[in-house]
Design a protein around this ligand. Sequence first.
Ligand SMILES: CC(C)(COP(=O)(O)OP(=O)(O)OC[C@H]1O[C@@H](n2cnc3c(N)ncnc32)[C@H](O)[C@@H]1OP(=O)(O)O)[C@@H](O)C(=O)NCCC(=O)NCCS
Length: 178
Amino acid sequence: MNARATVTPASAAADHIVLRLPQRQDGADLHDLIARCPPLDLNSRYAYLLLCEHHAATCVVAQVNGELAGAITAYILPAQPDTLFIWQVAVAPAMQGQRLGSRMLDHLAARCALSHGFRRIETTISPSNLGSRKLFNSYARRHHAGIEAKPFLGSSDFGKGQHEEEWLYQIGPGLCAV
Ligand SMILES: CC(C)(COP(=O)(O)OP(=O)(O)OC[C@H]1O[C@@H](n2cnc3c(N)ncnc32)[C@H](O)[C@@H]1OP(=O)(O)O)[C@@H](O)C(=O)NCCC(=O)NCCS
């Protein structure tokens, strides 16, 4: 399958949404999208260019009427090749609450299941990020998967800068519901 050309229409209303692999040309727009999606940490333009260049196969961008309106950045854990680690999920503020995040997650998981055969999804979520928690709980319910959470990075791990703690969420077969 040529995933670069994959178009995923889910409903008539969403026909103008294109889900595809990121390309180098998306790097700067991806950076600007993340900047508009607090509370996400904004990384450098260089970091997003590298994600597009090196990790495109495990990332997805959503174009709405030609504009970058959503993205998921992710990679396969080097020491756990059966695990897809989702780094950031971003939906442009005007598109939030319209299931774009869920569609991107379903699309990316289906594509990576084909290409990498992963069994488990992991992500980290700060306790205050209700939207992110709901997004992943909803994914687990839809796919009849278990979901477990445990403390991962404490505030002090981030050094002197203020940063909320991050919990590790694992989703997959054989796990319990949170
Ligand atoms: C979190 C985010 C990615 C969700 O994307 P979205 O397209 O708005 O989410 P969806 O419409 O697909 O909703 C999925 C589920 O989460 C729930 N949900 C989404 N955002 C929510 C919020 N802010 N508060 C409560 N529930 C929320 C929806 O009701 C839905 O639940 P359901 O399936 O039980 O009906 C998006 O709001 C966003 O970009 N937020 C800012 C950045 C961020 O926090 N990213 C996540 C951290 S990696």
